[in-house]
Design a protein around this ligand. Structure first.
Ligand code: DC
Length: 228
């Protein structure tokens, strides 16, 4: 069977990574969570005191970008690749609300985007990849054979993120998560460099009322058509 590139874009917490992981497992493709890369750079910036809620030393972060080494290593127990920042597994650290609150500001910086887009293109150069993010179908892989654009209401998405964080034992309020989701939607769609937009040839999937299984079946049927 031929290998294709599957680009999944959409708003935060639309279940992109769940779907991407399901597809990668089923097709035996590489799965790349591009958001994890922006989160890891943000975590690096926080650790080095380049960014906080009150200030952002953009030039200082840009000067250190060459010192950021990101790698994905497949974890067979989890069934997907975890992200390593300078050889340290930061999969847990990058999913906190503190990182979520700052990541959109880091993702606005063109130098950061340029560096990460190059790495993403390199990871997908042999096809057989499912990548999710905001600019995968528009910038990273404009020639992807299949592009999906995922949406769901802000409330549905905030509830999903809230449930995830509570399950992990984080102390968070629903209102706080909803505000974060709406704030990130705004920054992600209005930034100058590679804003989140639906590629002309992307298939839109609103999963507000779809179970994970129903969504997977719907998308997998589309994938099979592309493979034939
Ligand atoms: O998918 P996520 O919520 O983990 O992404 C975190 C942030 O990274 C999101 O607010 C926007 C940014 N991002 C981006 O700008 N481009 C991508 N390809 C992926 C994520």
């Amino acid at each position: 069977m031929k290998n294709i590139t599957i680009a999944i874009d959409g708003f935060s917490s639309t279940g992109k990574s769940t779907l991407a992981k399901q597809l990668a497992t089923k097709l035996n493709y590489i799965y790349v969570d591009s958001g994890a890369m922006y989160r890891a750079v943000t975590f690096y910036a926080m650790q080095n005191h380049f960014i906080s809620k009150n200030e952002f030393k953009i030039e200082a972060l840009i000067a250190k970008l060459t010192e950021i080494n990101l790698k994905f290593k497949f974890n067979p127990e989890l069934g997907f690749a975890e992200i390593y920042l300078n050889d340290v597994n930061v999969e847990r650290e990058i999913r906190t609300l503190a990182v979520s609150e700052l990541v959109s500001s880091v993702a606005e910086i063109s130098e950061v985007r340029k560096m990460l887009v190059e790495q993403q293109q390199e990871m997908g150069k042999n096809k057989g990849v499912v990548m999710d993010g905001r600019d995968i179908g528009t910038v990273v892989f404009p020639y992807a054979e299949l592009k999906l654009f995922m949406t769901a209401s802000a409330e549905t998405r905030a509830k999903r993120r809230f449930d995830e964080l509570i399950e992990k034992g984080d102390d968070v309020q629903f209102e706080e998560i909803l505000k974060n989701v709406q704030h990130r939607d705004h920054i992600d769609t209005t930034r100058d460099d590679s804003p989140l937009i639906k590629a002309e040839d992307a298939i839109e999937i609103d999963n507000s009322n779809l179970t994970k299984t129903a969504q997977f079946e719907l998308v997998y049927a589309i994938v099979l058509e592309k493979l034939n």
